[in-house]
Design a protein around this ligand. Structure first.
Ligand code: SME
Length: 164
Protein backbone atom coordinates (compact mmCIF):
# COMPACT_ATOMS: atom_id res chain seq x y z
CA UNK A 1 0.00 0.00 0.00
CA UNK A 2 2.82 2.39 0.86
CA UNK A 3 4.43 1.67 -2.48
CA UNK A 4 1.17 2.05 -4.33
CA UNK A 5 0.66 5.38 -2.61
CA UNK A 6 4.12 6.59 -3.57
CA UNK A 7 3.54 5.54 -7.15
CA UNK A 8 0.22 7.29 -7.41
CA UNK A 9 1.64 10.54 -6.07
CA UNK A 10 4.17 10.79 -8.88
CA UNK A 11 2.83 13.96 -10.53
CA UNK A 12 2.82 12.60 -14.10
CA UNK A 13 0.97 9.40 -13.21
CA UNK A 14 -1.49 11.24 -11.01
CA UNK A 15 -2.20 13.78 -13.77
CA UNK A 16 -2.78 10.97 -16.26
CA UNK A 17 -5.24 9.32 -13.93
CA UNK A 18 -7.08 12.62 -13.39
CA UNK A 19 -7.29 13.12 -17.16
CA UNK A 20 -8.79 9.66 -17.59
CA UNK A 21 -11.34 9.97 -14.78
CA UNK A 22 -12.27 13.47 -15.93
CA UNK A 23 -13.24 12.08 -19.36
CA UNK A 24 -15.12 9.18 -17.73
CA UNK A 25 -17.11 11.55 -15.51
CA UNK A 26 -18.09 13.70 -18.49
CA UNK A 27 -19.19 10.63 -20.40
CA UNK A 28 -21.23 9.08 -17.56
CA UNK A 29 -22.98 12.39 -16.79
CA UNK A 30 -23.78 13.36 -20.36
CA UNK A 31 -27.45 14.40 -20.51
CA UNK A 32 -28.02 14.09 -16.74
CA UNK A 33 -29.16 17.45 -15.34
CA UNK A 34 -29.89 16.44 -11.72
CA UNK A 35 -27.38 18.09 -9.43
CA UNK A 36 -27.52 15.46 -6.67
CA UNK A 37 -26.88 12.71 -9.22
CA UNK A 38 -23.95 14.69 -10.65
CA UNK A 39 -22.43 15.26 -7.21
CA UNK A 40 -22.86 11.62 -6.14
CA UNK A 41 -21.25 10.41 -9.37
CA UNK A 42 -18.27 12.77 -9.10
CA UNK A 43 -17.68 11.71 -5.46
CA UNK A 44 -17.89 8.02 -6.28
CA UNK A 45 -15.72 8.08 -9.38
CA UNK A 46 -12.97 10.21 -7.83
CA UNK A 47 -12.96 8.28 -4.53
CA UNK A 48 -12.56 5.02 -6.42
CA UNK A 49 -9.77 6.35 -8.64
CA UNK A 50 -7.24 7.43 -6.03
CA UNK A 51 -5.84 5.54 -3.03
CA UNK A 52 -4.87 8.82 -1.34
CA UNK A 53 -8.57 9.81 -1.06
CA UNK A 54 -9.97 8.84 2.36
CA UNK A 55 -13.10 11.03 2.62
CA UNK A 56 -14.52 12.47 -0.60
CA UNK A 57 -17.59 14.62 -1.02
CA UNK A 58 -19.62 17.77 -1.13
CA UNK A 59 -20.83 20.26 1.42
CA UNK A 60 -23.63 22.19 -0.27
CA UNK A 61 -24.74 25.74 0.43
CA UNK A 62 -27.94 25.57 2.51
CA UNK A 63 -30.21 27.91 0.58
CA UNK A 64 -32.52 28.42 3.58
CA UNK A 65 -29.63 29.91 5.57
CA UNK A 66 -27.26 31.23 2.89
CA UNK A 67 -24.12 31.27 5.00
CA UNK A 68 -24.03 27.65 6.10
CA UNK A 69 -22.91 24.42 4.44
CA UNK A 70 -24.75 21.13 4.92
CA UNK A 71 -23.35 17.73 4.06
CA UNK A 72 -24.14 16.45 0.54
CA UNK A 73 -23.23 13.33 -1.46
CA UNK A 74 -20.03 11.72 -0.17
CA UNK A 75 -17.96 8.56 0.12
CA UNK A 76 -16.34 7.73 3.44
CA UNK A 77 -16.96 7.62 7.15
CA UNK A 78 -19.67 9.73 8.79
CA UNK A 79 -19.15 13.43 8.01
CA UNK A 80 -20.31 16.27 10.25
CA UNK A 81 -23.69 17.72 9.24
CA UNK A 82 -23.26 21.48 9.11
CA UNK A 83 -20.37 23.93 8.76
CA UNK A 84 -20.76 27.71 9.06
CA UNK A 85 -19.06 29.86 6.40
CA UNK A 86 -15.63 30.81 7.76
CA UNK A 87 -15.26 27.75 10.01
CA UNK A 88 -12.64 25.08 9.36
CA UNK A 89 -11.20 24.31 5.96
CA UNK A 90 -14.56 23.88 4.19
CA UNK A 91 -16.00 27.08 5.69
CA UNK A 92 -12.87 28.99 4.71
CA UNK A 93 -13.10 27.74 1.10
CA UNK A 94 -16.78 28.78 1.02
CA UNK A 95 -16.18 32.24 2.53
CA UNK A 96 -13.16 33.07 0.33
CA UNK A 97 -14.16 31.08 -2.79
CA UNK A 98 -10.52 30.00 -2.91
CA UNK A 99 -9.23 26.43 -3.02
CA UNK A 100 -7.63 25.42 0.29
CA UNK A 101 -4.73 22.94 0.24
CA UNK A 102 -3.83 21.95 3.80
CA UNK A 103 -0.73 19.79 4.33
CA UNK A 104 -1.38 19.31 8.06
CA UNK A 105 -4.98 19.69 9.17
CA UNK A 106 -3.96 19.78 12.83
CA UNK A 107 -2.07 23.02 12.17
CA UNK A 108 -5.10 24.68 10.47
CA UNK A 109 -6.88 27.09 12.84
CA UNK A 110 -10.43 25.92 13.49
CA UNK A 111 -10.08 22.68 11.56
CA UNK A 112 -13.14 20.48 12.11
CA UNK A 113 -12.10 16.87 12.76
CA UNK A 114 -14.94 14.64 11.51
CA UNK A 115 -12.58 11.64 11.58
CA UNK A 116 -9.32 11.76 13.52
CA UNK A 117 -7.58 9.72 10.81
CA UNK A 118 -7.64 12.68 8.40
CA UNK A 119 -4.17 14.22 8.13
CA UNK A 120 -4.33 16.48 5.09
CA UNK A 121 -7.09 17.99 2.99
CA UNK A 122 -8.04 19.88 -0.16
CA UNK A 123 -11.28 21.86 -0.49
CA UNK A 124 -12.38 23.34 -3.82
CA UNK A 125 -15.27 25.82 -4.17
CA UNK A 126 -17.96 24.75 -6.66
CA UNK A 127 -19.34 27.68 -8.69
CA UNK A 128 -22.29 27.35 -11.10
CA UNK A 129 -22.73 28.93 -14.53
CA UNK A 130 -24.24 32.06 -12.98
CA UNK A 131 -21.21 32.62 -10.76
CA UNK A 132 -23.01 31.44 -7.60
CA UNK A 133 -21.25 29.32 -4.99
CA UNK A 134 -23.31 26.09 -4.78
CA UNK A 135 -21.03 23.84 -2.71
CA UNK A 136 -17.48 22.97 -1.77
CA UNK A 137 -15.80 19.69 -2.67
CA UNK A 138 -13.73 18.25 0.18
CA UNK A 139 -11.15 15.47 -0.01
CA UNK A 140 -9.36 14.27 3.12
CA UNK A 141 -6.38 11.91 3.23
CA UNK A 142 -4.90 9.79 5.98
CA UNK A 143 -1.49 10.71 4.52
CA UNK A 144 0.14 14.01 5.48
CA UNK A 145 0.60 16.48 2.61
CA UNK A 146 -1.22 14.19 0.16
CA UNK A 147 -2.48 16.99 -2.11
CA UNK A 148 -0.45 19.20 -4.42
CA UNK A 149 -0.79 21.47 -7.44
CA UNK A 150 -1.80 18.49 -9.63
CA UNK A 151 -4.82 17.68 -7.43
CA UNK A 152 -5.75 21.34 -7.28
CA UNK A 153 -5.54 21.93 -11.01
CA UNK A 154 -7.50 18.82 -11.95
CA UNK A 155 -10.16 19.12 -9.26
CA UNK A 156 -10.78 22.76 -10.17
CA UNK A 157 -11.05 21.73 -13.82
CA UNK A 158 -13.37 18.76 -13.22
CA UNK A 159 -15.69 20.65 -10.85
CA UNK A 160 -15.75 23.72 -13.09
CA UNK A 161 -16.72 21.58 -16.10
CA UNK A 162 -19.29 19.48 -14.24
CA UNK A 163 -21.28 22.22 -12.48
CA UNK A 164 -21.02 25.27 -14.76
N1 SME B 1 -12.26 18.78 7.96
C1 SME B 1 -13.29 19.61 7.39
C2 SME B 1 -14.65 19.19 7.84
C3 SME B 1 -15.31 18.20 6.97
S1 SME B 1 -14.80 16.67 7.13
O1 SME B 1 -13.45 16.42 7.39
C4 SME B 1 -15.57 15.53 6.32
C5 SME B 1 -13.07 21.07 7.70
O2 SME B 1 -12.30 21.47 8.58
O3 SME B 1 -13.70 21.86 7.04
Amino acid sequence: MAEAFNEITLPAEKAERYAAVSAEIASVLEGEPNRVARMATVASMLANSFPHYFWTGFYVVDETKGDELVVGPYQGTLGCMRIAFGRGVCGTAAATRQTQVVEDVHAFPGHIACDSRSASEIVVPVIDGRGELIAVFDVDSEQPAAFDAVDREWLERILGATFR
